[in-house]
Ligand binder design. Structure first.
Ligand code: A2P
Length: 342
């Protein structure tokens, strides 16, 4: 009974949450197969109270796997996702490798669950910043239509993996102790320049593109259009890394296609699946990453009419990037997948 589930990147920040969430949601796992690099092979993880040995992620490790959750970087997905599919697995990929591939559905279950049916072996999990934004935009899109979105993000370091979390901790301690700091990971590990993250903000996430935007910013633009299946939505983004451990925040300006009533907007958001409204500025109630950490929902607050445009709104959207932004969304896709099969 149940499914053989591989987690690729089992030692990583997202992979660990994936395993935790599989257990928490009581996903029907017959066998868990944690996979990572050769460096981690032989180490153990605890799943449902039992030790499971991590194996090296090589093609044969996918023999007999039904569902493979990938979160070990784009190059690992490019190499191994086709191997997993060739062995009969359905891949749910958390990296950027396949998101814009026309044969690969890009899915946020609250928004476009039905797209899962079109998969040919691989289903992509969107970028963390995109996921939380589209969950909040979905009820507004359905009711009023969306003309344009201007988003600025305040993204936590956990989006860049364990090493980035460690780097922020080390730098913070060193600076408070008056010691020298080192920077080796942020903003982008593989680039040559690295900057201090502690007590700083860095306006770069992922590599530069020819148009002057970063790849992270262009992911938000392209993925939003693909998820809504609507290329007419205008999206422009500025993505910024802030010294927060966990939880991404976003300032979202949205121009709707038709007139709206602010109370109705609040009600729509209140009733939207996966959304929790925390919105009472006069009582200092609004979402913050420290409160959203370790919770699976998308939190929306600071809901207000914009006074520069008759059909525009401002929102503040916060969610745990490791959960709804990654692991939770991936497991929700897996749940939708197995319920379609039934
Ligand atoms: P490992 O710990 O063996 O290096 P994070 O996003 O937190 O940085 O984690 C990245 C995850 O991807 C880790 O689980 C890491 O495993 C895994 N990983 C990195 N490179 C490879 C690889 N070549 N093959 C398989 N897994 C990899």
């Amino acid at each position: 009974q149940g499914y053989t589930v591989a987690v690729v990147g089992a030692t990583g920040a997202v992979g660990q949450q994936m395993m935790r969430y599989l257990a928490k949601r009581e996903f029907p796992v017959k066998e868990l197969r944690p996979l990572a690099s050769a460096r981690s092979a032989g180490q153990k993880v605890i799943f449902h109270g039992e030790e499971v040995v991590i194996q090296e992620a090589v093609p044969t490790a996918f023999d007999g796997v039904d569902i493979a959750l990938f979160s070990a970087g784009g190059s690992v997905s490019e190499k191994l996702a086709p191997e997993a599919v060739a062995r009969g697995a359905v891949v749910i990929d958390n990296t950027n490798a396949y998101r814009m591939n026309p044969d690969v559905p890009l899915v946020v279950p609250e928004v476009n669950r039905e797209a899962i049916r079109q998969h040919k072996g691989i289903i992509a999990n969107p970028n963390c910043s995109t996921i939380q934004m589209v969950v909040a935009l979905k009820p507004l899109y359905d009711r009023y239509g969306i003309e344009r979105v201007i988003v600025s993000t305040y993204q936590s370091v956990s989006g860049a993996g364990w090493q980035a979390i460690d780097e922020l901790q080390q730098q913070s301690k060193a600076l408070l102790n008056g010691e020298e700091i080192s920077a080796n990971i942020l903003p982008v590990g593989k680039l040559s320049k690295h900057y201090q993250m502690a007590f700083n903000v860095i306006p770069q996430i992922d590599v530069a593109q020819e148009n002057g935007f970063t790849l992270e910013e262009m992911k938000m633009v392209r993925e939003t259009k693909k998820i809504f299946n609507d290329s007419s939505i205008g999206v422009t983004a500025t993505c910024v890394r802030v010294p927060v451990m966990r939880g991404h925040s976003e300032s979202v300006y949205v121009e709707l296609k038709s007139e709206f009533d602010l109370d109705e907007v609040r009600q729509l958001l209140n009733n939207a699946p996966g959304v929790i409204v925390e919105d009472a500025i006069e009582e200092q109630v609004y979402p913050m990453p420290v409160d959203a950490a370790d919770r699976p929902e998308v939190f929306v607050g600071r809901i207000r009419r914009d006074f520069t445009h008759p059909r525009a709104l401002n929102l503040w959207v916060v969610s745990d990037n490791l959960l709804k932004g990654a692991a939770t969304n991936a497991i929700q896709i897996a749940e939708a997948l197995i319920s379609e099969e039934k």
